[in-house]
Write a protein that binds this ligand. Sequence first.
Ligand code: XMP
Length: 327
Amino acid sequence: MDSNKRPDNMKRINTPELAAAFIDEQVAAVRAQVGSKKVLLALSGGVDSSVVAALLIKAIGKQLVCVHVNHGLMRKGESEDVVEVFRNQLDANLVYIDATDRFLDKLEGVFDPETKRKIIGGEFVRVFEEEARKLEGISFLAQGTIYPDILESDGVKAHHNVGGLPDDIQFEGLVEPIKLLYKDEVRVVGKALGLPAAMVDRQPFPGPGLGVRCTGAITRDRLHALRESDAILREEFNKAGLTDKVWQFFTVVPDFRSTGVREGKRVFDWPVIIRAVNTVDAMSATVPELDWAVLKKITDRILAEVPGVCRVLYDLSPKAPATIEWE
Ligand code: XMP
């Protein structure tokens, strides 16, 4: 039987009971596969790798070594959340690497979006490989592959995402416990494993992270403006009860300035663009009609709290012709 094919009679995992049965099954399968050997996992903090981590912690505890690479392009607080949940709450064996400077140095002056993506993806694999080599006695590599990745394995996702396979390290085998699950099932399993809802219900986040939302050549000042404005947007959406109503939302800081005036003096500062969309499958998307007061509150806060920003805009463009991300 092809182990990469979902059996026709496999039930859709949509209840805590079905999730619990799946977890028991996979815990037994992983134990049988790896015995007392060690397993390595690149834990980005995204839904898929988080669910695999939680499942493997349940199955093999400290035999799992998670490596979290902070590429400096995470949303505000995200790396800290990964450490808090996995190291402090789940007692995982977690190696945290802050590679911010390494990534930002490599990206300095790079304008082209595809080159940026390649640098981020390539550097990620290198950092992960270096770390893997330092760790002794690792036999298996775990991955958060899910069923749509297999269905799309003409490579769409593979080069879409950061964190490919370290290809010059030999592992005895791969551990891919959720590879036959659809995304909604991964979330149900994640909840059954006790992961926080905020982690399991996360919005899609590009592998290159904020790198695709800080358009053109990434600079530390614009990256700071992006991270802070994004955090304000999330906070205000939360307060307004929009977090579960809008499919995806974030800010963008483009690489052009405009004129403003601050304390009687002309300034030449960055704009922040708010992007919010509703969609079913991300192939097309509409823009929600947000409450004016909410938009105004977000605008006022960004202008008051984020240095180097003199304008806030709301992107009203549907997909198509616009894409959801700006780059
Ligand atoms: P676009 O911009 O093509 O985005 O309309 C569609 C959806 O895909 C997400 N996206 C990515 N997801 N790796 C991912 O896993 C990526 O590199 C990437 N780029 C865009 C985007 O956030 C939106 O939800």
